[in-house]
Design a binder for this molecule. Structure first.
Ligand code: S3P
Length: 441
């Protein structure tokens, strides 16, 4: 279990989703707003900040390093930036909880600070691979240690200086790219990162918003070290990864019609819309606009008759966090859905291929995991009890499955839903999901 008490979701079968909903702020952008706001000169005002455990872990880490941060109050945060070299030594290790983004991005941002720091996390985070960031950081001259297994705790030692790096990413990962770009702010010369496939580009966009020049050409992002960040205001859109549960729920539950407001639809994040549309979903993208350098829209989703597909591999990095929800769509679709090229799912907050396959089997869906994907036979979903393994997105995905299940669905170990989606139960039940929660010792 991820915490001492077992938070259980109980969802009665059936129903539909209706109404106008705004899901919480984007997690990736919330993390980055605290990081860059803290290093900037001047006061950064943030609205729409995600008050979830993950982004709060980042906020607390910067407070522990001496940054004055007020809020969050109703998603509003104000940061008195300390400048590129103003962070102070914290009194103890920085505890990043369940948050891989905090740990990997901070490893880069802190590598060149000249401070000795330790980064720790919960059991899940302490089992996730960290050499993917510490190896290239070492090539830049950083001294960052992991355990023998290549996992957290990470210990960062002061070094004289970092060098820029020209690094082709071995996997499509925005966390590695962002880690190295943030280290590159402190490096001598240029840092150039080339990705094998497009990944979320919030770091590059936000650096530009803070006045830091980033060159982007094709698959490469590059910056020169030694510049400075200038405070700005940030309006964080609703998180498409959280909206995804309602997009799937509304698609699979007959009679549904939801309007998801102010959702970030950055083209490096919109795979869930593209994949659901390929499956026959009815999604309208309305009122498209630019909000502080990020594309935003309202999404109207109505129920539709979904069919199985072979998911195009180029969509995988663009929907990397949405597969638990998409697997539920596949379980409700006519025919077979095939996913390949998604090995990265095995090293998320849980092994999302195995944990989803086990959960689908528990509710009577035929699902065959493969090393890099899964084959799901759509059809009927029974009732049953699911172990989410403390993975927020597994818990929310199976909650939505109850809209089409024949019996009640119980989900164990749900407290980490708060890492990305505080208020999920209230919002989902207001929209029509028959969900309650209870606690067990
Ligand atoms: C994130 C990048 C992705 C994603 C994670 C958030 C980010 O991880 O799964 O939830 O904010 O940069 P990877 O870079 O490991 O794919």
């Amino acid at each position: 279990m991820s915490s001492a008490k077992n938070l259980i979701f109980h969802i009665r079968p059936g129903g539909s989703l209706k109404g106008t909903l705004r899901v919480p702020g984007d997690k990736s952008i919330s993390h980055r707003s605290i990081m860059l706001g803290s290093l900037a000169e001047g006061t950064t005002h943030i609205s729409g900040f995600l008050e979830g455990d993950d982004s709060l872990a980042t906020l607390r880490a910067f407070r522990a390093m001496g940054v004055e941060i007020s809020g969050p109050v109703d998603g509003n945060v104000a940061i008195q930036g300390v400048g590129m070299h103003g962070l102070k030594l914290p009194t103890g290790p920085l505890d990043l909880g369940n948050s891989g983004t905090s740990m990997r991005l901070l490893a880069g941002l802190l590598a060149g600070q000249g401070l000795k720091l330790t980064l720790i996390g919960d059991r899940s985070l302490s089992s996730r691979p960290m050499r993917r960031v510490t190896d290239p950081l070492r090539s830049m001259g950083a001294q960052v240690e992991t355990t023998e297994q290549g996992t957290a705790p990470l210990t960062i030692y002061p070094v004289d200086h970092l060098n820029g790096i020209d690094y082709p990413l071995p996997v499509a990962s925005a966390q590695i790219k962002s880690c190295l770009l943030l280290a590159g702010l402190y490096a001598t010369g240029e840092t150039r990162i080339t990705e094998p496939a497009p990944t979320r580009d919030h770091t590059e966009r936000m650096l530009s918003g803070f006045g830091y020049p980033v060159q982007r050409s094709g698959a490469t992002a590059a910056l020169q070290g030694g510049g400075k960040l200038t405070a700005c205001d940030i309006d964080i859109p609703a998180d498409i990864s959280s909206a995804a549960f309602f997009m799937v729920g509304a698609s699979i539950a007959p009679g549904s019609d939801v309007l998801l407001q102010h959702v970030g639809i950055n083209p490096t994040r919109d795979g869930v819309i593209n994949i659901l549309r390929l499956m026959g979903a009815d999604i309208e993208v309305l009122n498209q606009r630019d909000v502080g350098g990020e594309p935003v829209a309202d999404l109207r989703v109505r129920s539709a008759d979904l069919h199985g597909i072979r998911i195009p591999e180029d969509q995988v990095p663009l929907a990397i966090d949405e597969f638990p929800a998409l697997f539920i769509a596949a379980a409700c679709a006519r025919g077979e859905t095939l996913l390949t090229g998604a090995e990265e799912l095995r090293v998320k907050e849980s092994d999302r291929i195995q944990v989803m396959a086990d959960g689908l089997a528990a509710v009577g869906v035929e699902a065959m995991p493969t090393p890099g994907g899964i084959v799901i036979q759509g059809g009927r979903i029974g009732g049953g009890r699911i172990n989410s393994h403390g993975d927020h997105r597994i818990a929310m995905a199976f909650a939505m499955a109850a809209l089409r299940s024949e019996g009640e669905i119980l989900i164990d170990d749900c407290s980490n839903v708060n890492t990305s989606f505080p208020g999920f139960v209230a919002l989902a039940s207001g929209a029509g999901l028959d969900i309650e929660q209870s606690e067990e010792n």
